[in-house]
Design a binder for this molecule. Structure first.
Ligand code: FES
Length: 147
């Protein structure tokens, strides 16, 4: 049911924890399943993500997607981090079962939420970044229809 990569990131999640005094932090949840994800980003003066950490209170796929998402955004500029979509995270994990697609959406939205916080704190606008939602329930329905 799950790819080896998903199992690996679930059993040995990378970047679990918190960043003290982060450049940006964001929390998103899914009211339907009750899962919550918090993402911390450390961003340098050039807008490059130096470190990313997460805490996820959720299902195994949510843990694996947050782990992969933090790995993918590290070393990227904030603009490039926007390209780390739920699809990109799923591809990097060699796929997820259809009923678990929404878990990867939580990871995408958590990154956006942390980037939004960073942008607000620094009074900047990140091209293409939309205001994140706290509960991804609505977005999820739209995405599930695609699969
Ligand atoms: Fe809710 Fe996976 S079941 S995020």
């Amino acid at each position: 049911m799950y790819s080896e990569k998903v199992m690996d990131h679930f059993n040995n999640p990378r970047n679990v924890g918190e960043i003290e005094d982060p450049s940006g932090v964001g929390t998103v949840g899914n009211a339907k399943c009750g899962d919550i994800m918090r993402m911390y980003l450390d961003i340098d003066d050039n807008g490059v993500i130096q470190d990313a950490k997460f805490k996820t209170f959720g299902c195994g796929a949510a843990v694996a997607t947050s782990s992969m998402a933090t790995e993918l955004v590290k070393g990227k500029t904030v603009e490039d981090a926007l390209k780390v979509t739920n699809k990109a995270v799923m591809e990097a994990l060699d796929g997820l079962p259809p009923v678990k697609v929404h878990c990867s959406l939580l990871a995408e939205e958590a990154i956006h939420s942390a980037l939004w916080d960073y942008a607000e704190k620094h009074n900047i606008t990140i091209e293409g970044l939309e205001k994140p939602v706290n509960d991804i329930g609505e977005k999820e329905e739209a995405v599930e229809e695609e699969y």
